[in-house]
Design a protein around this ligand. Structure first.
Ligand SMILES: CC(C)(COP(=O)(O)OP(=O)(O)OC[C@H]1O[C@@H](n2cnc3c(N)ncnc32)[C@H](O)[C@@H]1OP(=O)(O)O)[C@@H](O)C(=O)NCCC(=O)NCCS
Length: 182
């Protein structure tokens, strides 16, 4: 995938280390929206830390263990999606997402994640696509529900964020379910 059009003026494409300056400016705009939910919203503070983060994902892509995409609207980077994990041996992957406030409320993330699930299931043979979020993250829960994912449970005290351990709700869609809906 080089460029995937999503809606008028919106597209999903690879977000790579050469985009670090643009990514750093985007994170500055998005930071307050992301900080309550995403650990790297606090640690990505400049072009250098952003480049290192993007490099982690080009390394994951090279080893087929994760991927990262940016979302641009009218030429401005406004958010993104990622395969935080991508385990071809186990047939399971996890999708993550983020947006700056200006781009939310348009269904762009739901549309982008549909493409990612479709690719993971149909092109890569994944059996299971996961979604993990804080049970308190209503907008993230709403995306999982809009995608028809099933809530499997809550992992208690699963990860640290801003000095406090957080629960993680786990949602998923199975390949059999995804294909049956088509
Ligand atoms: C999670 C997050 C990406 C969701 O963004 P979002 O804009 O709500 O999600 P979408 O792009 O799918 O848009 C859905 C909204 O667009 C509306 N919409 C408009 N057209 C739509 C369409 N064609 N299809 C689906 N939804 C559409 C929906 O009704 C919904 O709006 P509502 O919540 O006011 O009802 C965003 O809230 C965010 O960045 N949060 C902070 C980071 C975060 O929590 N990331 C996830 C960590 S687990």
């Amino acid at each position: 995938m080089l460029i995937l059009p999503l809606a008028d003026g919106a597209e999903l494409r690879a977000l790579e280390p050469w985009n670090a300056a643009e990514f750093a400016e985007h994170i500055d705009r998005a930071r307050e929206n992301l900080r309550p939910w995403i650990a790297w919203a606090t640690t990505l503070v400049d072009e250098e830390t952003c480049r290192a983060f993007l490099k982690q994902y080009t390394d994951k892509q090279a080893s087929d263990s994760g991927r990262l995409y940016g979302m641009w609207v009218d030429g401005t980077l406004v958010g993104g999606t990622l395969f935080r994990t991508f385990d071809t041996r186990m047939g399971s992957c996890e999708v993550g997402v983020w947006l700056e406030p200006a781009a939310s409320g348009r269904g762009l993330i739901t549309a982008a994640v549909r493409h990612m699930i479709e690719w993971a299931v149909c092109a890569r043979g994944m059996s299971r696509v996961e979604w993990r979020c804080s049970p308190a993250n209503e907008r993230s829960v709403a995306v999982a529900q809009r995608l028809g994912m099933t809530k499997e449970g809550v992992l208690r005290s699963e990860y640290p964020l801003n000095g406090t351990r957080q629960d993680a709700a786990v949602y998923s869609v199975l390949a059999t379910e995804w294909l049956a809906r088509k």
